[in-house]
Design a protein around this ligand. Structure first.
Ligand SMILES: [Zn+2]
Length: 251
């Protein structure tokens, strides 16, 4: 199976997962043209479009792709029905298509209907988990997002986090501010800065790495709690998450 990452708009990534027969699914097409170009250049046969949530920078390419490939099924949550989804999917449902078998995970927080598509080891998680960060709470509560991140954390450590944005450098600058004495975070920040200076992508990343460097997966960390002004273990972890997310919004 081959994973292809396509840059789109300012900092979006569109993902393609291809099987050995060159059939592929297209995840969160922000735009159509860069996808059409890659399909042609690699002689790939698209078999489906997957949408994680309804935001424009995840669905904007659907009409253009359907002009070229009108037969393509579009899978997504209810909130994407008006954005072109033809197959509405829910928690635990399995999408069997070509050689793929994707499991749907409902991950509310960034939007209320946000979902992810999981085909081990690939997790297409849209704007829920980013490398070093997580999505903003536009519709859901902190508790919902905290629980969604917990669901992702329960996947195997070798899970490849295929998120929809290149936000890692800014996220690691925030992580460094929250845990200034953490050497692992410091080293990862340096590595990311170097990669970005060389115009290299920083994703996909693994869940194992994220557990070490992503502050939003480390709300239990006592130093983190102290550094954002919380008396250690005095409030629930979802409340720690809420304060951390609010702090990042101001950062
Ligand atoms: Zn979004």
């Amino acid at each position: 199976m081959e994973l292809i990452r396509i840059s789109a708009l300012l900092d979006n990534y569109i993902w393609l997962l291809c099987d050995e027969d060159k059939r592929c699914v297209i995840i969160d097409p922000a735009e159509s043209q860069p996808v059409i170009d890659i399909l042609a250049a690699n002689q790939l046969i698209p078999v489906a479009i997957f949408l994680t949530h309804h935001h424009h920078d995840h669905v904007g390419g659907v009409p253009g792709l359907l002009i070229k490939h009108p037969e393509l099924p579009v899978y997504g949550p209810e909130e994407t029905r008006r954005k072109g989804a033809t197959q509405i999917v829910h928690e635990h449902e399995t999408i069997e298509i070509a050689h793929f078998s994707f499991r749907v995970m409902e991950l509310p927080g960034h939007t209320l209907g946000h979902i992810a598509f999981y085909q081990a080891p690939h997790l297409f998680c849209g704007d829920t988990l980013f490398s070093g960060g997580c999505g903003r709470l536009f519709e859901g509560t902190a508790e919902q997002m905290f629980s969604s991140l917990g669901k992702i954390s329960s996947l195997p450590d070798d899970t490849l986090i295929c998120c929809a944005h290149e936000y890692t450098a800014a996220n690691m600058a925030f992580a460094k501010a929250v845990l200034p004495d953490n050497q692992t975070i410091h080293n990862y920040y340096q590595k990311i800065i170097e990669r970005r200076e060389n115009r290299q992508a920083t994703v996909p990343t693994t869940l194992q790495t994220e557990k070490k460097i992503n502050v939003f997966l480390n709300c239990h960390n006592i130093d983190l709690q102290k550094n954002i002004g919380i008396k250690p273990n005095s409030i629930s972890l979802s409340s720690v998450f809420q304060q951390l997310r609010a702090y990042k919004d101001q950062f």
